[in-house]
Design a protein around this ligand. Structure first.
Ligand SMILES: Cc1ncc(COP(=O)(O)O)c(C=O)c1O
Length: 480
C-alpha cells in the first residue's frame, strides 16, 4: 500500500530540524518546517508516504486518516518552543481520543487533558499515565471523582465551589489527598466563534477572576485537598497571540500571590491555539508560512516568544492543554461522491460522509478545505457538498468553487483531525467510519468501521411488545 517513497515527494518534504525530540520508545521525532503531511505527489493526494486512494481501495469510505508524523511534529514543535519552561503538554483528548492518537502523545512523554472518567480510562487503555492527566469539566460526578482519585491523576481542574466541596468529601471518604486547581475565568474575549469562546463571564466555565482569592482561602480549610495550581482556558481556534498575552498578563500576578500563600506546583494556561482551515493544503508547505496569509497565523514560536517571558518568573511548571493544534491538521476525512444533482442554480455534490461523521460545518459553520484525491484539471464549478442525512444542515461546503467531480470520485476534507470523529454519532443509523493511522509507508486500521447491527446492539424490544400471536418471543436481531 502506498507504493514506496516517490522522488517527487522527497522534493516537497522539508528536512528535519536538528535537535529533534525522541519518543519514549526511542523513535526519533523528526521536527520539520512543514505543518502537516498531506500533499500531492504528482496528481495523487498522499498522507506521508501513503496514497489516500490506496487506502480507499482497501478500506472504503467514509474514512478518517491520521498522520502520526504530523501529530508528533506538533508536539515536538511546542515542546521545543517551551523548552525554557518546566512544562507538561496535556493533549486535550476531547479533540481526538482514538487510542492510537493518545498513544502517540503518551510515547512522547505528554500528558492529557481529560473531561470524563471515560477519557481517563481511554488514556489507561492506550498505555498512557493517569498521573499525567488533568481532569476538567463543569459536571464531574462523585463516581468520576472517586475513579480519578484512585487512578492518582495529576490534578482536578475545578469549575465551582460546589465541586471543591464534593471533591473534598470524596477524598475524605477514600482517605486520599485530592490535587486541585481552580479554573479562573479571566474575562478576556478571545474573539472566536461564540460556541468555542470560554473566557468571558457570558459562559459557564470557571470562577470569576475577582472571586478567586477568596475561593482559595475557603478551599484551604476543606479537608483532604491539595491546592496544587491554577488553571485557565479562554477559548478555541485562536490564531492571534494577543488574547493569550492579555490573559496571561492579567492572571500571572494572581498566580504569584496564590503561590505565595498556598505553595503551588503549576499554572495551566489551557489550550486554544488555532490552525489553518481555509488554505489547509497549502499550509502544509513551509513556504506558505512566509506568505501574507501565513504570517498572520499564530505559530508555536510566536506563542512561546510572547508567553515564556511572562511565565518564567513564576518559577512554576506550566501546563498546556492544546487539542486542535495537535490533532486538527493531522487528520482528513475521505469521502466518495455518490451523486451529482443540479437544481436551479445549484450544483449539489452528494457524498457518502455526512454530518454524523463530521458535524463541525453544521454546528460551528466551519470551513474545511475539500480537495480531490486525484487532481482534476479544468474550470472550477460552484458546488454545494452535502451528505445523505435528512437535515438541510447536513452540508460540508456551500457555493464552493471546486474541480468538476462525478460519481465515484473521492474527496478529502482537510483539517478534520480535531473535533471530527470524536463528535461522530449514529444519527440516521449510519455506522461510524473506520480510522487509519499512517506512519511513513505504513498504514494501520486504528478503529474498525462499525458494523451496522452494532448500532442497536444494546437496544431491545420491551417485554410487552413480544408478539403473542407467534407464540414465540420475538427477539431484536443484534450482532451476528
Ligand atoms: C478547558 C479546556 N482546555 C483545553 C481545550 C482544548 O482546546 P483546543 O482544542 O482549542 O486547544 C478546551 C476545549 O474546549 C477546553 O475547554
Amino acid at each position: 500500500m502506498g507504493g514506496g517513497f516517490p522522488a517527487a515527494f522527497s522534493h516537497s518534504w522539508s528536512p528535519p530540524i536538528p535537535g529533534a525530540t525522541v519518543d519514549l520508545r526511542g523513535f526519533p521525532v523528526a521536527q520539520t518546517a512543514a505543518m502537516h503531511s498531506f500533499r500531492y505527489v504528482g496528481r495523487e493526494l498522499f498522507c506521508e508516504d501513503v496514497a489516500l486512494s490506496d487506502l480507499v481501495r482497501k478500506h472504503g469510505t467514509p474514512l478518517y486518516v491520521y498522520s502520526q508524523a504530523t501529530l508528533a511534529d506538533h508536539y515536538s514543535k511546542l515542546d521545543s518552543a517551551l523548552a525554557p519552561l518546566d512544562h507538561l503538554i496535556c493533549f486535550a483528548m476531547k479533540s481526538n481520543s482514538n487510542l492510537a492518537v493518545i498513544r502517540t502523545f503518551a510515547d512522547l512523554g505528554g500528558g492529557f487533558d481529560t473531561v470524563s472518567a471515560g477519557e481517563i480510562q481511554r488514556v489507561i487503555a492506550a498505555g498512557g499515565d493517569p498521573g499525567k492527566c488533568v481532569f476538567a469539566g463543569v459536571g464531574k460526578t462523585e463516581e468520576e471523582i472517586a475513579f480519578a482519585l484512585k487512578q492518582g491523576i495529576y490534578s482536578f481542574n475545578v469549575e465551582s465551589e460546589a465541586e471543591l466541596a464534593r471533591i473534598s468529601k470524596v477524598a475524605v471518604r477514600l482517605k486520599k489527598i485530592a490535587p486541585v486547581a481552580v479554573r479562573v475565568n479571566p474575562n478576556v474575549d478571545a474573539h472566536t466563534h461564540a460556541k468555542i469562546t470560554t473566557g468571558t463571564y457570558e459562559n459557564k466555565f470557571g470562577i470569576q477572576f475577582e472571586s478567586i482569592e477568596a475561593v482559595y482561602a475557603r478551599a484551604a480549610k476543606l479537608p483532604n485537598l491539595r491546592l496544587r495550581g491554577l488553571q485557565m482556558h479562554i477559548g478555541s481556534q485562536l490564531t492571534d497571540v494577543e488574547p493569550f498575552r492579555k490573559a496571561v498578563e492579567k492572571v500571572a500576578p494572581l498566580v504569584a500571590r496564590l503561590n505565595a500563600r498556598h505553595g503551588f506546583d503549576f499554572f495551566s494556561i489551557g489550550g486554544g491555539i488555532g490552525i489553518v482551515y481555509k488554505e489547509a493544503l497549502a499550509s502544509g508547505d513551509a513556504s506558505w508560512w512566509k506568505t501574507a496569509a501565513g504570517r498572520k497565523i499564530l505559530t508555536p514560536d510566536l506563542y512561546a516568544k510572547t508567553l515564556v517571558p511572562l511565565l518564567k518568573p513564576l518559577g512554576l511548571k506550566i501546563l498546556l492543554e492544546p487539542g486542535r493544534f495537535m490533532s486538527g491538521n493531522a487528520g482528513a476525512l475521505v469521502t466518495r461522491v455518490e451523486y451529482i444533482k443540479k437544481t436551479g442554480q445549484k450544483n449539489f455534490v452528494i457524498v457518502d460522509a455526512a454530518m454524523n461523521d463530521l458535524i463541525r460545518p453544521a454546528f460551528y459553520d466551519s470551513f474545511h478545505e475539500i480537495v480531490p484525491l486525484t487532481k482534476k484539471s479544468g474550470a472550477l464549478v460552484s458546488s454545494d457538498v452535502v451528505g445523505p442525512v435528512c437535515e438541510s444542515g447536513d452540508y460540508f461546503a456551500k457555493d464552493r468553487p471546486l474541480p468538476k467531480v462525478g460519481e465515484g470520485d473521492t474527496l478529502a476534507l482537510l483539517s478534520a483531525g480535531a473535533y471530527g470523529s470524536v463528535m461522530g454519532s449514529n444519527y440516521n443509523s449510519r455506522s461510524l467510519p473506520a480510522e487509519i493511522l499512517v506512519r511513513g509507508k505504513k498504514a494501520a486500521v486504528v478503529r474498525r468501521r462499525q458494523v451496522i447491527a452494532d448500532i442497536w446492539a444494546n437496544e431491545s424490544i420491551a417485554d410487552w411488545q413480544q408478539t403473542p400471536a407467534s407464540g414465540k418471543k420475538a427477539k431484536a436481531k443484534g450482532r451476528k
